[in-house]
Write a protein that binds this ligand. Structure first.
Ligand code: SF4
Ligand code: SF4
Ligand code: SF4
Length: 288
C-alpha cells in the first residue's frame, strides 16, 4: 500500500484536490496538530501516529471549509464516520472530498502522552472501525493492540444501576462545573448550526450565564441534538476544560439509538438519518 505522503503528493500534483487536511508534528512537542497541505512539497510535513487526536472532519462543515474545490482529508475510522454523517445530513456530497482512510491502532486520551494501555483513549477500547468504513484511498497501519478493560463501560453500568434521582444528582454535579465556554460545540464536527440554540434570545431557550439550571439545559439539549448523530469521536470531552464526562452521555444516547432502532451513526452515507426518518414499526415504548 502507498504511504500517506505519496498519496497526498499525487493528489496535489495531479490537481485532484485543492488542499489536504492532515496532521503535522508540533515543533518540539510529543504531539501533532492539524495541517493544511496545499502543495506537493507540503506532503512531506504530514504525519500520522497515536497523537493524531483531532477529528479533522470539523473543517468540512459548510462554514469552515478551507477550499471551494475538492478537499482531501486524512481520516481515522471515527473521523470517517463523522464525514459520512455530514454526507447523510447533506453538508457534503461524495464528490466534495477525497478521503484518505488511515488504518488505526488507537490514539492517546491526551496530547503529549506516549501510547500505552493506560493512556489509550477510552473510545479506542471499544472501537469497531479501526479500518475506516469510508475511504477513497486506504493507508495501511497497525490495527491490533492489547485492549485494556472498557473503563467507560464499567462507569456506564454504575450509572445505569442508579435510581433516576441518583443519576440526576450525578449529572447535576458534573454540569455544575460547566463554564459555558462552548469548546465542546466548537470541537464537534456535528455541531455546525449557523446559530446555536444556546445563543438564541428570541425566545431564549437556555440561560446564558453559567448557572446550574442553564448548564443542565445546555448540556441536555446538546446531548439530544446529538442523539443518533454523534459518532463517538470524543472530541467534545477532550476539549472540555471542566473534565465533564461528555463521552459517557453521548455514548448512552448512541446505545439507545442502537438498542431501539438498530442504528449506528455515520456507517453508511446512503442511509437516511435517524432523526430525519419515521417508520410505523418504530418502537414507541421509550416515549413514556
Ligand atoms: S476510535 Fe478507533 S479509529 Fe478512532 S482513534 Fe480510536 S482506534 Fe482509531
Ligand atoms: S458529540 Fe462529541 S463525540 Fe459526538 S461527534 Fe460531537 S465531538 Fe464527537
Ligand atoms: S466544553 Fe465543558 S465547560 Fe465548556 S461548555 Fe462544553 S461542557 Fe461546558
Amino acid at each position: 500500500m502507498p504511504s500517506l505522503q505519496h498519496v497526498v503528493k499525487d493528489l496535489l500534483a495531479s490537481g485532484a484536490v485543492e488542499v489536504v487536511i492532515g496532521y503535522e508534528k508540533a515543533p518540539g512537542q510529543n504531539r501533532t496538530r492539524p495541517f493544511f497541505a496545499r502543495t506537493p512539497e507540503d506532503a512531506d510535513r504530514l504525519v500520522f501516529d497515536f497523537s493524531a487526536l483531532n477529528n479533522l472532519a470539523v473543517y468540512l462543515t459548510r462554514q469552515k471549509r478551507p477550499a471551494k474545490g475538492k478537499i482531501g482529508i486524512v481520516a481515522k475510522g471515527c473521523d470517517a464516520r463523522a464525514i459520512t454523517m455530514l454526507m447523510q445530513e447533506q453538508q457534503l456530497t461524495r464528490d466534495d472530498v477525497h478521503v484518505i482512510g488511515m488504518e488505526c491502532s488507537g490514539v492517546t486520551a491526551e496530547m503529549g502522552a506516549d501510547l500505552s494501555k493506560d493512556t489509550l483513549a477510552a473510545k479506542c477500547v471499544t472501537c469497531k472501525v479501526q479500518t475506516p468504513p469510508l475511504a477513497d484511498t486506504l493507508v495501511e497501519g497497525p490495527k491490533d493492540y492489547e485492549r485494556p478493560d472498557d473503563r467507560n463501560g464499567a462507569r456506564m453500568r454504575e450509572l445505569e444501576a442508579m435510581t433516576p434521582e441518583q443519576r440526576f444528582a450525578f449529572w447535576a454535579g458534573e454540569f455544575d462545573r460547566c463554564v459555558r465556554c462552548y469548546a465542546c460545540r466548537q470541537a464537534c464536527p456535528m455541531c455546525y448550526c449557523e446559530q446555536c440554540v444556546a445563543e438564541k434570545n428570541q425566545p431564549q431557550w437556555i440561560e446564558t450565564s453559567a448557572t446550574l439550571r442553564g448548564n443542565i439545559a445546555w448540556n441536555v439539549i446538546r446531548a439530544f441534538h446529538l442523539g443518533g448523530r454523534c459518532v463517538g469521536c470524543n472530541e467534545c470531552e477532550r476539549a472540555c476544560p471542566a473534565d465533564i464526562p461528555l463521552g459517557l452521555l453521548n455514548r448512552k444516547l448512541g446505545m439507545v439509538a442502537g438498542q431501539e432502532f438498530g442504528y449506528a451513526a455515520g456507517m453508511d452515507a446512503s442511509a437516511p438519518t435517524l432523526v430525519g426518518t419515521w417508520d410505523k414499526s418504530d418502537r414507541q415504548e421509550y416515549i413514556k
